[in-house]
Ligand binder design. Structure first.
Ligand SMILES: [Zn+2]
Length: 482
């Protein structure tokens, strides 16, 4: 965003589907992908006389999310009816929480490019049920309704307007997703609608204290769309304000294809919804013991794990960040590092070969066909000089299709590095003699040509020349000639 005298103030509301087997107030399955309107019953259809019963597993996941975000969990919270009319809401109201939410006052740590840390405050987390889904592209000129999602458990996470630009908003979402996946609260799959983001943004003159009028943007179906939509809306508001106009409080719908937002409705106030405590549901009462148990059972959180990777394994901050982005990847790396005793080598192999495989296959690292102890054995073969990096990559390719340990593959295929001095001397001589001009330039001080020669020797030896001895022989030959 260009500096036009304004600064942005951004807050996020994130809806996250809790990974339970069943819905929030009935026994219907909450899983994605069933045939339309098959996971429904009188409760989620809002038929007369049907009574909701709260799903304890959903409450436990919500508490986990709240604790992971360092919130205060309230032992008593209240379910409230949020009333509005929409065709995907058969009851005419959504069961949510209003003035007594499950949890308040948390934070999420944000690390910027300069590695400085800052806390983004979380205002509240409440439990609510999802609505159904309108489907516009299934029947020609008609809209269909699928109520499978109606009653699926969600938490809504609301941040304070602590974000100063669209890139920060995206960074917060990346961190939040990582946290929720670590906690196994949700799969956070945006394509399935398990994570949905609304963003609000206002501008104010740089350095001002008071907040400007905000707009809310909905329909942000990817993190990059969040960033694009906020950038576009900040520019629109800046233009408007610079021309002496005023921003209207309204809800905008982002159109990713057009790259612009359009007005959906003027923003409603909460009193428009006529919230009141749901008479069918008692207050949600938790015991301190239950909250303590969930807290005790929390896994190591990603920030803590990232910090530990940097100190315990002494790997660079960049590596620690990449390796902890996904719990799967972190587990895999850690198993390899412990087995081979060389964390930096483990990090290099995981960040290149293993992650490249995962990206290509679109599969999780836990599905990588080479288990951690085997990769650790391969790294040991490099450390003891049996394999060059290049040969090791060839061995790894073979390891993906066989359960044989790397040493057996090396022996069977004759892939081991050659350390025989006579053979190495012969390769060195052949390559140096073939490039007299480069050899002369090396002697005149062009030290980086050493890697040129090493490359040629590796090629001549099909990657088998043992690198350390070869480098020594090469250097002495280049300097001894003439
Ligand atoms: Zn149901």
């Amino acid at each position: 965003m260009s500096d036009n005298g304004f600064e942005a103030v951004i807050g996020l509301e994130i809806h996250v589907q809790l990974g339970t087997a069943t819905k929030l107030f009935c026994g219907d399955r909450s899983q994605f992908g069933s045939a339309p309107n098959t996971n429904v019953c009188p409760v989620c259809l809002g038929l007369p006389g049907a009574l909701p019963v709260t799903n304890a597993a959903a409450v436990e996941l919500a508490v986990k999310a709240a604790l992971g975000l360092h919130c205060t969990v309230h032992l008593t919270s209240v379910f409230a009816r949020k009333q509005y009319f929409y065709p995907d809401l058969p009851k005419g109201y959504q069961i949510s929480q209003y003035d007594r939410p499950l949890a308040t006052d948390g934070w999420l740590e944000l690390v910027d490019a300069a590695a400085s840390r800052r806390r983004i405050r979380v205002r509240r987390i409440h439990i609510e049920e999802d609505a159904g889904k309108l489907i516009h592209d299934r029947l020609p000129r008609r809209t269909a309704i699928d109520l499978n999602r109606a009653g699926v458990p969600l938490v809504e996470i609301v941040t304070e307007p602590d974000l100063a630009n669209p890139a920060e908003a995206r960074a917060v979402l990346v961190r939040l997703k990582r946290l929720l996946q670590y906690l196994q609260v949700s799969d956070c799959d945006m394509e399935k609608g398990s994570l949905r983001v609304d963003a609000n943004i206002s501008l104010r003159p740089r350095g001002a204290r008071t907040l400007g009028t905000k707009t809310e943007i909905k329909n942000l179906n990817s993190f990059s769309n969040v960033e694009r939509a906020l950038t576009s809306e900040a520019e629109r508001q800046a233009d408007l304000l610079a021309r002496g106009g005023a921003v209207t409080q309204e809800t905008l719908l982002w159109d990713a294809r057009a790259g612009s937002a359009r007005v959906m409705r003027s923003k409603e106030e909460s009193h428009d919804y006529r919230y009141f405590p749901d008479p069918d549901l008692p207050p949600l009462v938790l015991t301190a013991q239950m909250v303590d148990r969930v807290r005790r059972d929390l896994p190591e959180l990603p920030e803590a794990r990232e910090r530990r990777f940097r100190t315990e394994y002494e790997i660079p901050g960049y590596d620690a960040d990449v390796l902890t982005a996904d719990r799967d990847v972190a587990d895999y790396f850690e198993a390899v590092a412990r087995d081979c005793g060389d964390p930096k080598a483990a990090s290099n192999w995981v960040m290149t070969e293993v992650l490249a495989w995962a990206n290509e296959q679109g599969a999780p690292v836990s599905a990588f066909p080479v288990p951690p102890p085997r990769l650790a054995q391969l790294i040991e073969l490099i450390a003891d000089g049996t394999l060059s990096n290049r040969l090791a990559r060839q061995v790894l390719t073979r390891m993906m299709t066989t359960a044989e340990p790397p040493r057996a593959i090396v022996e069977a295929a004759g892939l081991a590095s050659v350390g025989d001095p006579d053979q190495l001397e012969a390769w060195v001589a052949e390559v140096v003699d073939a490039h007299p001009e480069e050899a002369a330039r090396f002697r005149e001080g062009e030290a980086k040509l050493l890697s040129f020669f090493m490359g040629r020797i590796m090629k001549a030896s099909s990657g088998k020349a043992e690198p350390r001895q070869t480098a020594e022989l090469l250097r002495s030959r280049l300097l001894a000639d003439h």
